[in-house]
Design a protein around this ligand. Sequence first.
Ligand code: HEM
Length: 445
Amino acid sequence: MSGASTVPLLPGAIPLLGHAALIARDPLRFFDTARDHGPVVRVLIGTQPAYVVSSPELVRHMHLKGNGDTFDKGGRLFESADELAGGGLVTIPMAKHRQQRPLVQPVFHHTRLPGYVEQMARVAEATIGGWRNGQVIDVGVETNRIATGVLAETLFLGPGSREASELVCRCLPTYMDGVAVRALLPSLNRLPLPSNRRFMRAMHELHRTLERLISERRNSGTDEGDIVTPLLEAGDALSNRDVRDHLVTFLLAGSETTAGLLAWTVRELTLHPHIYADLQNEVDDVLQGAIPSIEHLPRLPLLSTVLTEAMRLHPPLWALTRATLEEATLGEHTLPPHADVFFSHHALLRDPRVFPEPNHFVPGRWERDRISKEQREAMIPFGLGPRKCIGEDFAMLEASVVVATLLQRFRLHTETPARVSGRARVRVSQRPSQLRVRLESRRPS
Ligand code: HEM
């Protein structure tokens, strides 16, 4: 067995910056390169060593062992999120997570989903129904608006919730851009840059709004049947700051990711007119003009494969980290305690050894009789194990309802070519930049 020092160092490190410059220049390509160099490689973030794990088996192993004994949340990405939402479900270590996830799990119980789908359809109808024939929309902006609107109408119901979610919609891109850069180059945080000032302003505004919402709810004691109630009912177990961090986490985790999936799906449909036409037919045949409900969704198999394939090509969370708590064996290698370990959903889901034609949009690969065990096991855009996404079903239902509503209402024409193959930026989640489409009404207005 080889020790950490023999984990091969990825070529391309430069003095002082290590691989940080390569990551900043083209983060997606960086993780593809790391994957092509082996299942585990050593990299330098500045002068600090870290590891990139790229084999599907080892990434699964890390997730399944991510129970707070060997691997846990922690490391620079999570530390950089600390100020904003350090006590939320995504970032807390396993010891706290075991107690806190059960508090909110009932809000995502399958019996709640049909009601959520009704609300999702209402939000989709209200937003998309307000668009006009010939209008040009910025898909990134509009999908963010829909996703935050859905959260406000389903998980955050009390007074002040809409204000909080509108604020998130405004602050989110600034925050999401800031957090990943701050993880990569922590020394940048302390500089009086306009981007840092914007980030801090966005964060403080969001915190203030949520703190007001929490004290109003504590004082009124009303049960809105939303995500705020079980957090407040945890009593002394959660401080006001913990509750605030949980709320920030749900707003962030539930909006940018789903909005990204929606935006990438629109982009792929506009680039693949035949698939678009087939999907249009499927939606028309099944819905017959009705508002989408939970009963319709299992009858839209092409929609399901289109969304899955869009997520394979463009996983909204494209790279994450874990920290080792103790010496950890990964395949042939042993990593030291307190090491930052990166893994990239993007690199896993474009691995040519697992997915033939990895850069092509092929929804048909997800048909039940075509998909292999290996592919199913590699497909973990929502994570795996104890830290798996709590909102997976919620997100997939939302994406289905919104795409079905959109296709019923409008035909989409690309106005500006999406910068797809162009370089990605260092962000927590990737989204197509400046994707603008012109809407052609399918119903007489
Ligand atoms: C397409 C949409 C989404 C994607 C791709 C996604 C992806 C993920 C991933 C990969 C994780 C695991 C993070 C890790 O392993 O470190 C995660 C966790 C989480 N997600 Fe999502 N997510 C999506 C939508 C949502 C929605 C709609 C919500 C809430 C309404 C949500 C709430 C959360 C929370 C609270 C966690 C932390 C779970 C825990 O550690 O117990 N996500 N998500």
